[in-house]
Design a protein around this ligand. Structure first.
Ligand code: ADP
Length: 174
């Protein structure tokens, strides 16, 4: 029998920043697929807290011991990137019904763009179903604890960003 083609999945997102919810989904994906590419979206229209380079560095640090987890960036049409990587699946996380409508729309649109690419949804552990990058950033900015919601490395980076923003706000006004 010819050797089986490796099953590659792409997990796209903003990851601004990576949370323990994302980490949970990546671990599940890494068990299911031979190789999973965490694809950090470079969106020039949005102004993220962490640059694409910083988001990549964070994810590489968190997954440095997982050889089948690769971190990359992408822009443009997701299906083009998925094809370019030789992948056959898109992984997305589903936290609650509120995620469903948007995710279904994206999955069906991506299927229309390329019928050969399947979207696979995974649910995180219950403890992460209410975790979002957006909330984590708000809590950190207001001085709250994000312990247990993000990897320790992200916590340190968030604290540094928050301190830098506070120093800028407290500095001399132009
Ligand atoms: P977006 O693609 O909306 O910019 P994110 O980077 O926040 O999003 O998320 C990428 C994917 O991870 C999406 O499918 C999103 O639903 C999922 N996700 C985000 N947070 C969690 C979480 N806490 N648990 C499970 N999945 C999540």
């Amino acid at each position: 029998m010819p050797p089986r083609k490796p099953c590659v999945a792409v997990y796209p997102g903003s990851f601004d920043p990576l949370t323990n919810g994302h980490v949970d989904i990546i671990h599940r994906g890494a068990k299911l697929f031979d190789h999973i590419v965490v694809a950090v979206l470079v969106n020039r229209k949005k102004s993220p807290m962490f640059s694409a380079e910083e988001r990549v560095t964070i994810a590489r640090e968190v997954f440095r011991d997982r050889p089948n987890v690769e971190i990359d960036t992408f822009q443009g049409l997701l299906v083009d990137y998925v094809k370019h990587r030789g992948a056959n699946a898109i992984v997305r996380g589903l936290r609650a019904i509120s995620d469903f409508e948007y995710e279904m729309q994206m999955a069906l649109m991506n299927r229309r763009l390329d019928v050969n690419i399947e979207t696979v949804f995974m649910m995180p552990a219950e403890a992460y179903t209410y975790v979002s990058s957006h909330l984590v950033k708000e809590i950190a900015a207001l001085g709250g604890s994000v312990d247990g919601l993000v990897p320790t490395f992200v916590e340190t980076q968030l604290r540094a960003k928050t301190r830098a923003a506070a120093a800028r706000a407290g500095g001399p006004k132009p």
